[in-house]
Structure formats: C-alpha cells, structure tokens
Design a protein around this ligand. Structure first.
Ligand code: PMP
Length: 406
C-alpha cells in the first residue's frame, strides 16, 4: 500500500523547525503531549477570528455556526473511534476527566461493598486513582493485575482474577511507559462473560493506530486531544448508548438541563446532560482539525511507519553500552523508556536537552509500572509520526557522548 512520508507531516508542524540550545529541536516527548500542525493552529485562529460564539442558545448566526462546528466535532470523534452514533460521545477536558466522570457516575451507582475493579499494574495514575477514590467511598476494591517481565499484562493472572465480583476492568489501550498494547478485544470478551464492564484508556493509542470501539466492544473509551495533535483541555468519553442512558449526570449547571425550577429539574438528553457549563468549543474545533489531519495520512500507514521507526530505534539504542529499554512485548507503540547504568534519568534528560533533544525523565505518572522493574525513575523517548530515523541517530549519538563523558 501507499507508504507514509514523515516529511509530509513535518512540513505542517511549525514548532519542529525551531532550535533549542542551538540545535534543531528533536521532539521525543510525544507521550506527554504532541506538537500541533498548522491546520490545527489555523482552525483555532479562524474560529476565534470569524466564528466565535457560545453554543446551543441564542437565535443568531454565529451561535448557529459555533453549534454546528461543535456538533461536527462530535460526529468526527464518533467516526474516528468507530462509534455508531455521535450521541455516544461526551466532550471532557481529557482522559483524566473522562475517567473521573465514569468513576463518579457509573461507578457510584454500580459499585458496592466487596465489588472489584481490575486494574493492570502498568496503568497511568489517572486510570488508578479515580478508581481508588470511588472504591473507598463504595467499599469496593481495586485489584492490580500483574505484568510479565516483557511488560505485557499477565493474561493467565487476569483470567484468574476475573470473577462475578468483578464490576469493571480499567485497562490502557497502550502503556505510556512500556508501550504495551494489550489484547483489549479478548480481555473485553472475557470480562463480559462475568458481566463486568470494560473502560479502555486510549490516551496513548489514538495517535498511533486505528481504534474501533464497535469491533473491540469496549464499554467506555477515553482519550485526550493533546496527545493527538490537538489542543490541551479537550478530550472525549465514548460510552455505549445503554450505559450512557443509565448514568446520572455528574456536574450540574447550564447546558445540561432541560427545565429548572426550585421544585424540580429535568436534564438535557444524552450526551448534553454530561456537558455542564460552556464547553471548550475552540478545543473541539481544533480536535476535529487534528483528526482530519491525522486521518488524511491513513492511520494504517502511520502505524506501519511508527512500528518501523520503533524497530530502528531499538536496534540503534542497543549500541549504547549500559542502556536498557523497559518492555519488549510484541506489537508495542513507539515508546522507549530506558535507563543508562550509573546515570540519573534526570541527568540524561538535561544532557539531551543541551543538544536540543526533548525526552522526559521521572516516573511518568505510572509509579507501579516502574516499581515492577525496581525503578523509581527512567528516561523516556516517545515517538510520533513526524519523527525520523535521523532524529533517532541524533539521540543515539548524544547518548554515546554522554556515556563517554562520565
Ligand atoms: N492515560 C495514559 C495512558 C496517559 O499516557 C495519560 C497522559 N500521560 C493519561 C492517561 C492522562 O491524560 P491527561 O493528562 O491528558 O488527562
């Protein structure tokens, strides 16, 4: 099929053409956030420059245009996720807010004493802590699912831990530290046999490979726009229609009501009853532009390119003495979390920054995952569609110099 040329994408992303500390920027911190193409930047400017209005109210032209843009964004997200209807999509601030929404509404109504939420050890804190909070309130339990040495979820342990006490499985579609892509479809089918629901955290998945919630049969799917070449402050929750219809609203306020009286309130229909207050309208406009941009390259082609780049990077990094990459499960996204014997990860990041290379160092909001490897911190290079083999070569050369200098 048609290949993907990263230069096409690079031309569109202005920030990639700046320098840092005298060197062309190498942005290897895509797991934290991605850089934005001019298509997204221009969509924001054009929205504020010619269409800005509040939505769902007011009988004027701009309100109508803003409402149409917002709802087009919802339809775009639905198509992007393979959802049958835009009504299954709720806009949130991001992944974290979407998980909290599910925990505080579905969780509060469906969790009780002794119920269990299965959470793999590799999860991001935002897919652990909201469950701990609601479990404490409802006297339910959060049960960790262990990892294998290669960073994959131990599927035998998962099958053993599932029971009729399991109400929910909360699992990442791709790990932000180990790159692991679990067999979500298989895990979902297994969980459903016990009547458990499945929430899939797609924060690290959506930018990297095609997602289809209908095919995977996930009950909830959440992601953040900013890891998908879109602005910060916007993300989405997908939920199956019957689940969303049965969930109580979370926050109260404008937009989410039908009629309000001091004796009685009725709520707007799904999904609007979950979007209290003025939403991030420009964020939705930017998210739509980002999805259009990404999908224009062909998601399969992008995934194939990134997998090739990951393989290249793994081989190139193997040339650095004392460097160890965490996670080796097949089918990973292009995330390389690594340690360098005798070097503090924070020093790795500082040193690479001097050469214009941005990597993250720390616990990556996944402390249990790092501790499974006996670590409190590591360095991470997380790659995206606009990264190249030449940039990987610069990383390796810089690490070899660092190695030589210590
Ligand atoms: N889950 C995963 C797997 C992530 O990588 C992240 C962001 N690092 C989040 C959740 C949280 O996303 P946000 O901070 O955008 O809400």
């Amino acid at each position: 099929g048609a290949g993907f040329d990263p230069e096409q994408a690079r031309r569109d992303v202005p920030i990639l053409h700046r320098t840092v500390n005298g060197h062309p920027l190498v942005w290897f911190d895509n797991g934290a956030t991605t850089q934005k193409p001019r298509q997204v930047i221009e969509a924001l400017a054009s929205y504020y420059g010619s269409a800005n209005s509040n939505i769902h109210r007011g009988a004027h032209t701009l309100a109508r245009e803003a409402t149409e843009a917002y709802e087009e964004g919802r339809a775009t997200v639905a198509r992007f996720l393979g959802a049958a209807s835009p009504d299954s999509v709720v806009f949130t601030r991001g992944t974290t807010e979407a998980v909290n929404l599910v925990a505080q509404t579905w969780g509060r109504a469906n969790l009780g004493p002794g119920d269990e939420i299965l959470v793999p050890v590799l999860e991001h804190h935002s897919n652990i802590v909201p469950w701990q909070m609601i479990a404490k309130e409802r006297r339910a339990r959060v049960v960790p699912v262990p990892l294998r040495a290669d960073g994959s979820i131990d599927q035998d342990a998962f099958a053993d831990l599932l029971s009729f006490r399991t109400r929910l499985v909360a699992v990442s579609h791709a790990s932000n530290v180990l790159g692991t892509v679990p067999p979500v479809r298989r895990m979902t089918a297994l969980a459903h046999r016990y009547g458990a629901k499945v929430l899939v955290d797609g924060a690290q998945a959506v930018a990297h490979f095609p997602v289809d919630v209908t095919e995977s049969d996930a009950d909830f799917y959440v992601f953040s726009g900013h890891k998908l070449y879109a602005p910060t402050g916007i993300g989405a929750l997908y939920a199956k229609p019957d689940l969303l219809a049965g969930m109580a609203p979370w926050q109260g306020g404008g937009n989410m009501i039908d009629t309000v009286d001091f004796g009685r309130v009725t709520f707007a229909p799904v999904p609007h009853c979950f979007e209290a207050g003025t939403g991030h309208i420009s964020g939705v406009v930017g998210l739509k532009a980002a999805i259009d941009w990404l999908t224009s390259f062909g998601r399969e082609a992008v995934a194939a390119y990134e997998t090739g780049l990951l393989e290249y990077a793994q081989q190139a990094l193997a040339a650095v003495p004392g460097l160890a990459v965490l996670g080796s499960a097949p089918g990973r996204i292009a995330v390389l979390t690594f340690t360098l014997a005798g070097v503090d990860p924070a020093d790795i990041a500082r040193r690479l920054d001097q050469e214009g290379i941005a990597v993250r160092a720390g616990h990556h909001c996944a402390q249990p995952a790092l501790r499974a490897y006996g670590l409190e911190a590591a360095a991470r290079a997380s790659l995206a569609l606009y990264n190249t083999a030449e940039e990987v070569d610069r990383l390796v050369a810089a690490l070899l110099r660092l190695r030589r200098d210590i």
